[in-house]
Design a binder for this molecule. Structure first.
Ligand code: NDP
Length: 304
């Protein structure tokens, strides 16, 4: 977590602590599964190429599997792998009964058609919740299957901080398939942790600041460093910062530091609750990925 002024500490939503709590629950469930079934949830992570950031993400997912008692496989394909090679790996993982979750790390090299790969993953093993069937179920309000990791992590942050979106005006900044759209779908779903009135903003939105000023809850996911300023937020709003941006900082040890999409020092004085970057939404994504893998395992056992 970045250094935070003492007066803002009480407002912080500590994603690192909440993710650790969810991972303790994940580990406990995995232990029960081991006893009941003599088996473990299995996650396969496929990496195509040698993008350094992707390598870090893949390693941290595999490490988390080991910590929780999962079975995991890491499959690395070369930078020049063909579409057919990736599809063949996905096909064999689809048929592998020890694997309950498959994820192909994004972004793949340019010769790979990412959507075609996603479409080839068995929807029951689609732990990223990117397959059209799972996206469709989400929009239909069926939350019984796979759930989108980062947006579901945001919902968990709200729930475990005692914040209900019901009847609130929630403004989602960003309409990507990974964050913005599924975030909006979860917030507008019916029932617990949902029932919000949702506005989605994007790069063509007019009068964006007017819209954010009317928000009770703002979810910022646009990938622009410190985009949301203090004068764009009303007093008492809850602000969730999904953004992860690397900016140059000669005073930092690596010459760079991470900032979110929210100008924390300006927004924190007005917000009632706020997430930091890092240490907010970031750690939740892997925790929810692991949780989806457990859900996929349980669904597979029910089918047997
Ligand atoms: P994308 O680049 O896919 O989408 C960005 C969205 O923001 C688009 O809908 C775009 O609009 C909108 N946007 C861009 N500029 C503006 C602007 N000036 N005003 C209003 N809207 C704008 O990003 P992602 O959704 O994948 O990621 C968003 C951020 O979240 C990134 O910083 C990313 O690193 C982070 N992230 C964090 C995760 C985590 O685990 N914490 C997981 C995933 C992402 P349009 O559609 O019109 O182009």
């Amino acid at each position: 977590m970045p250094p935070v002024k003492k007066e803002f500490l009480a407002k912080l939503i500590d994603g690192k602590a909440i993710a650790a709590e969810i991972n303790r629950e994940n580990a406990a469930e995995t232990a029960v599964i081991a006893k009941e079934y003599g088996a473990a949830p299995g996650l396969a992570v496929v990496l195509v190429g040698n993008d350094p950031a992707s390598q870090v993400y893949v390693s941290s997912k595999v490490k988390k599997c080991a910590e929780l008692g999962f079975y995991s496989e890491k499959i690395v394909l070369p930078e020049n792998a063909t579409q057919e090679e990736v599809l063949s790996v996905v096909d064999s993982l689809n048929r592998n009964p020890a694997i309950h979750g498959i994820l192909v790390q994004s972004p793949p090299p340019p010769q790979i058609d990412e959507q075609a790969i996603i479409n080839a993953i068995d929807p029951a093993k689609d732990v990223d919740c990117f397959h059209p069937l799972n996206v469709g179920k989400l929009l239909l309000g069926d939350l019984s299957g796979m759930l989108p990791c980062t947006p579901w992590g945001v919902i968990q942050l709200l729930d475990r901080s005692g914040i209900s979106p019901a009847g609130k005006h929630a403004v989602v900044l960003g309409r990507s398939n990974i964050v913005g759209k599924p975030m909006a779908a979860l917030l507008m779903a019916k029932g617990k942790n949902a029932d919000a009135t949702v506005t989605v903003c994007h790069s063509r939105t007019k009068n964006l600041a007017e819209i954010t000023r009317s928000a009770d809850i703002i979810i910022a996911a646009i990938g622009k460093p410190e985009f949301l300023r203090g004068d764009m937020v009303k007093e008492g709003a809850v602000v969730i910062d999904v953004g992860i941006n690397r900016i140059a900082d000669p005073s930092a040890p690596k010459g760079m530091r991470l900032v979110g999409d929210v100008a924390f020092d300006e927004v924190a004085p007005k917000a009632s609750r706020i997430t930091p970057v890092p240490g907010g939404v970031g750690p939740m994504t892997i925790a929810m990925l692991m949780n989806n893998t457990i859900r996929a395992f349980k669904a597979a056992m029910k089918k047997k």
